[in-house]
Write a protein that binds this ligand. Structure first.
Ligand code: NAP
Length: 415
């Protein structure tokens, strides 16, 4: 980053934190944040709150107006290039020119060809434009949007909780609770976001049978729409069995099976309960990743933009190998099971050499209560090269866990 760009790293960090406030509410739009500065001091803030609502730049100008602050001659710092097209709202580039902003600092360019061109339009109008400030962070911020645009599938997240020795359950399948209350509350917040976005949570058949989970957002994060719950299995349960997903959430439950199982008597009985049985068009002998790719694409076609896998270790491994884990979240407790038969964090590979290990890039770490929360970008993710190396702000990507508790730095002088 050049010295000129470096000057705007801190306000860009603030804009990134603003953007995180819209996480899971903006589909099909990206999460974008902006701050307005006068003489090196942040005087207004804004973020894109929901699709159809004002873009971050406009929300920021509105915040300035509410505070009776003129944007004339000010610097706008925004995580994504201002749009240059007439969508549901007018072009932000024109709004910034009209407002008299003299400089616009941009994090990432807009990957959507329909909306791009804002930087060029601003320059034409005589506005000083600085691009690429904390670009990797700003691209990571819109990893979901990049995936929708480029891959036309649900954005894939994998979330697991392990002990310090990498175990997700005892050898008898007991996993409640590996982590503390604060980490579990994080998960409920994440589920609530997925629910608001009409996304889905995915588990393997083994986790379904062992844990009998509800897969709902509960506690202080209850109250909104709940996420759909998908079980990937070769064998459907009987409709009469006493599972939470069958008894309490039949209309939200989706069993994803091969085409033979989808026409079985068990499938018919489950459908009578209101459960969806979704068949993979790939044959029963097809590689698992063919089924999983179909699932991620089908969910997107049906308007479900997020797929959060909550385990277990075998399904997580398959998703990771299929390149469908765009972000991996780990909550690691400071406990040790110490049993090699206990269920491992990942399972199902037999590499002979360390050259064959799957690599991940840590993009954020923080403590949640006594547990360590990590966010990682798998190196085999198609996003990894496009995001690039994060520069300075290790930790921001835990915003993906919807953490907006980073303290703002109001009035921070930048020069
Ligand atoms: N700590 C945590 O974060 C956490 C989270 C989740 C789970 N867990 C624990 O993890 C344990 C389960 O993990 P796990 O690794 O044993 O299993 P898992 O990943 O939950 O399940 C793998 C399942 O995927 C299904 N599957 C595999 N290939 C398939 C195919 N080609 N078509 C359709 N379905 C296919 C199978 O379901 P069927 O067997 O039904 O065919 C298989 O059981 C449980 O004890 C649970 O408590 C812990």
């Amino acid at each position: 980053m050049s010295m000129r760009s470096q000057r705007f790293a801190l306000p860009m960090r603030e804009a990134i934190l603003e953007a995180g406030k819209g996480r899971f509410d903006t589909y099909p739009n990206p999460s974008v944040g902006a701050v307005l500065m006068h003489d090196g001091v942040i005087v207004a803030r804004g973020h894109h709150d929901h699709a159809g609502g004002p873009h971050a730049e406009i929300a920021c100008l509105q915040d300035a107006e509410r505070k009776c602050i003129s944007p004339r001659g000010a610097t706008m710092v925004v995580t994504l290039e201002p749009c240059n097209h007439q969508g549901k709202t007018g072009p932000c580039s024109e709004a910034l020119i009209r407002a008299g902003v003299s400089r616009v600092v941009i994090g990432a360019s807009d990957p959507n060809p329909k909306a791009a061109g804002g930087a060029e339009r601003l320059r034409e109008a005589g506005v000083d434009v600085i691009e690429g400030v904390l670009e990797p962070e700003c691209r990571l911020l819109v990893a979901d949007y990049l995936t929708w645009l480029e891959k036309k599938r649900a954005f894939g997240m994998l979330k697991l909780a392990s002990t310090l020795d990498g175990r997700i359950a005892t050898r008898t399948g007991k996993s409640r609770w590996i982590t503390g209350e604060a980490a579990r509350s994080d998960v409920h917040r994440l589920r609530a976001g997925i629910g608001r976005a009409h996304g889905a949570i995915l588990i393997g058949g083994s986790t379904f049978r062992n844990d009998n989970p509800q897969l709902t957002a509960r506690g202080e994060h209850a109250g909104g729409p709940q996420p759909k719950a998908i079980v990937f299995t070769t064998t459907l349960p009987d409709a009469g069995q006493d599972y939470h997903l069958l008894r309490e959430r039949a209309h939200d439950a989706i069993f994803f099976v091969n085409c033979e199982e989808a026409v079985s008597d068990r499938a018919k009985a489950l459908r009578d309960l209101g459960v969806t049985v979704l068949a993979s068009p790939a044959g029963p002998d097809a590689p698992v990743q063919d089924h999983l790719h179909f699932l991620a694409e089908e969910l997107f076609r049906q308007g479900m933009p997020y797929l959060l896998c909550e385990g277990g270790g075998r399904l997580g491994m398959r998703l990771m190998e299929a390149g469908l884990v765009d972000l991996f979240f780990l909550h690691m407790a400071n406990t040790i099971i110490g049993d090699k038969e206990a269920r491992p964090l990942f399972d199902g590979r037999t590499p002979d050499s360390l050259d064959e290990v799957l690599k991940l890039r840590n993009v954020g770490t923080r403590l949640v209560g006594q547990d360590l929360a990590m966010a990682c970008l798998p190196a085999n993710s198609w996003l990894a090269p496009s995001v690039g190396e994060l520069t300075a702000l290790h930790g921001e990507s835990t915003l993906w866990l919807c953490d907006t508790n980073f303290p703002p730095i109001p009035g921070q002088r930048q020069d």
